[in-house]
Design a binder for this molecule. Structure first.
Ligand code: G1P
Length: 289
């Protein structure tokens, strides 16, 4: 099978981040750090590991810190050089000329609408989507695992994971078909169903590889759950016309859209870091004693 490679990733980052107020009044929620890197950086690292070259950010008003983060900071770098500081810490923030694009979603009309705002930059090729508050931690990363599956299966691939049945109504949920290893066929998709109507407890966990036709579907997509234009509803219409599979991520997911998930991620990553793990473990044990 000759497949077009996945070269572009869309990061919808226009959300207001009201759950983290007042922290997110003046800074984007995607810039909240897990230890010392902002959430958006982890998502971009995951994209690069999967071979993706071009990052497309769908931003909104008040999100310019994200653009600055992926730009060169001349004053900072000059001052650090003069003081003999190691600049390699900034390496992951360099995206290279022409490798990042920003487009604004002017109104908060939903995730589907945010993705549609990137249609001209995505063009006629398959592309990835990352929801940065879903922090997927593992090696290889979630998108690399999905790209590997894409090379075998083609079509559309989403990442899924199991949640307790009473939690499904916060997510997009799949109707699963047959499974082989980590790959499950997707027979249906529903956004934020009531627990009793949900076709499974396998939820969409914020990573997608989609064919460009989804943009045509999104163009005519009516409002769905929550009065928003939903990506899930547009994807549902592609099932049956193109291959559609889910990959269960072999790794750990932290829901950094919630405060508790965010704290969990910080603690977990700190406990993995050789420069601080021992100290953090001792502090945590002390706090719990
Ligand atoms: C979005 C998607 C949903 C997905 C979720 C993952 O919902 O619409 O299908 O399961 O992200 O976090 P949101 O969290 O924006 O309401």
């Amino acid at each position: 099978m000759i497949l077009k490679p996945i070269r572009k990733a869309v990061f919808p980052v226009a959300g207001l981040g009201t759950r983290f107020l007042p922290a997110t009044k003046a800074i984007p929620k995607e810039m909240l750090p897990i230890v010392d890197s902002p959430l958006i950086q982890y998502a971009v690292n995951e994209a690069r590991e999967a071979g993706i070259e071009q990052m497309i950010f769908v931003t909104g008003r008040g999100k310019s810190a994200i653009e600055d983060h992926f730009d060169i900071a001349y004053e900072l770098e000059r001052t650090m050089s003069e003081r003999g500081k190691d600049l390699s810490v900034l390496e992951p923030t360099r995206l290279g000329a022409g490798n990042c694009a920003y487009v604004r979603q002017q109104e908060p009309l939903g995730l589907g609408h945010a993705i549609w705002c990137a249609r001209d930059i995505v063009g006629d090729e398959p592309f990835a989507i990352f929801l940065p508050d879903e922090f997927m931690h593992g090696s290889p990363g979630c998108m690399k695992q999905m790209v590997d599956a894409y090379h075998r299966l083609g079509g559309n691939i989403i990442s899924v994971l199991e949640v307790p049945h009473d939690k499904v109504s916060s997510y997009g949920v799949i109707a699963p078909g047959s499974s082989e290893g980590a790959v499950t066929e997707v027979l249906g998709l529903v956004e934020k169903p009531k627990a009793e109507d949900a076709p499974s407890n396998l939820i969409i966990s914020g990573r997608y590889i989609l064919q460009p036709e989804v943009m045509h579907v999104l163009k005519g997509q009516e409002k769905g759950a929550g009065g928003e234009i939903q990506l899930t509803d547009a994807m549902a219409q592609m099932i049956g016309k193109q291959p559609f599979h889910a990959v269960t991520f072999d790794g750990k997911r932290y829901d950094c859209g919630s405060k508790v998930g965010y704290i969990e991620a910080n603690l977990a990553i700190a406990l993995e870091r050789p420069d601080m793990a021992d100290e953090v473990r001792a502090i945590a044990l002390d706090l719990l004693a």
